[in-house]
Design a protein around this ligand. Structure first.
Ligand code: HEM
Length: 328
């Protein structure tokens, strides 16, 4: 059973969990930027059919939601979160993520074979395509097993099967990026850049979905100080990751843009694909503004002082504080 919320805990929890309009706007911008990116990639690889763009985008989004979610599940949650009242919060988050993951797996299983067939039709049954097929099948298998298995949060957290699923997810993102680059002729530098672009995208969209659809609704049901502390620290770890994700997306995006269109602004203004790239620059600018403004991503919580959770008299002796985890 959850402890009845303390007055301070409830106040902090309301502030922490209610102000999340900006993260939803951010998620919409990330989705838009990824759709535009998928369209640009399709245009550059002569795969212009709307159905192909939508299938690839669905595939990339479900891949990202699962990958970023697994990163939160095993890396942003920490062992100390399981030894307190927040353990029940983590257990409920894990079960909510199972529902999100189920939807993502259905989307992945519907779009993945189509995307794989597209790669096979352009690249043949090359080692890359076969590797992607094998890795994806293994990954969907381990994901389904881990999602359907109803074990305790302690057994799931950083379990062998959980970490294997996360590693396979990351590997599928990497091999997908390699396959995408190969559609226009493999180049090691372009491949490395695309791998980073897609990994950053996956970590961001998966973390954003976890934050909005898993962490916040669960936290609202368990507004105790232990939960607020664990939630604030996990959010701060995500925020810390976003500080790397934003420049990574921007720099790798810029590299790809210059690689395809050069540095002359006229090359971008004169055609729809170039304009789409400029729109993406606008998207990342908007996301930077949201990141700066967003109370949930700023200084680990929307309210002053939640980073000094130990001031509530409930600091963890061994777990470290939100301040300690923060990077600034
Ligand atoms: C909001 C952040 C961003 C997200 C979520 C995002 C996401 C994506 C995705 C999913 C793709 C498709 C990759 C593929 O199919 O392999 C892509 C491609 C691309 N992105 Fe981004 N991107 C972002 C920011 C940027 C920025 C700021 C730029 C430019 C400065 C950029 C430039 C590009 C280009 C040029 C491509 C096409 C690459 C190619 O096919 O050669 N992106 N992006």
């Amino acid at each position: 059973m959850t402890d009845p919320p303390t007055e301070v805990g409830a106040t902090v929890a309301n502030d922490l969990f209610d102000k999340y309009v900006l993260p939803k706007v951010a998620l919409a911008v990330i989705l838009t930027a990824s759709l535009v990116g998928t369209w640009v990639t399709g245009r550059l690889a002569d795969q212009t059919a709307v159905v192909v763009t939508l299938a690839k985008w669905s595939y990339l989004v479900s891949l990202g939601v699962l990958t970023g979610g697994l990163v939160w599940k095993h890396l942003f949650v920490r062992p100390q979160d399981l030894g307190t009242d927040a353990s029940e919060y983590c257990a409920e988050m894990y079960s909510r993520f199972d529902s999100v993951a189920t939807v993502a797996v259905v989307v992945l299983a519907s779009s993945g074979p189509f995307v794989l067939a597209k790669y096979a039709s352009s690249l043949g049954t090359s080692l890359l395509v076969v590797t992607l097929g094998v890795l994806s099948s293994l990954w969907v298998g381990t994901t389904v097993v881990t999602v359907r298995r109803s074990t305790s949060v302690d057994e799931q957290f950083r379990s062998q099967s959980g970490l294997l699923t996360m590693a396979l997810a990351l590997a599928v993102v990497v091999v997908t990026a390699l396959a995408e680059v190969s559609l226009r002729g493999f180049d090691p530098m372009a491949a490395a850049v695309r791998v980073l672009h897609l990994l950053a995208f996956a970590a961001w969209i998966g973390g954003a979905v976890w934050n909005i659809f898993v962490a916040v609704p669960t936290g609202q049901r368990h507004p105790t100080t232990d939960v607020v502390q664990a939630a604030g620290e996990q959010l701060e770890r995500f925020r810390w990751a976003v500080r790397f994700i934003i420049p990574t997306l921007f720099l790798t995006g810029l590299y790809q843009a210059v690689d395809a269109f050069g540095v002359s602004v006229g090359n971008y203004l004169g055609n729809p694909v170039g304009l789409a790239v400029l729109a993406k620059i606008g998207c990342i600018g908007l996301l930077v503004v949201i990141f700066k403004l967003c109370p949930m991503w700023r200084a680990c919580s929307p309210i002053d002082g939640v980073c000094e959770l130990e001031d509530l008299g409930n600091g963890r002796p061994s777990g470290g504080s939100a301040e300690g985890e923060a990077d600034d």
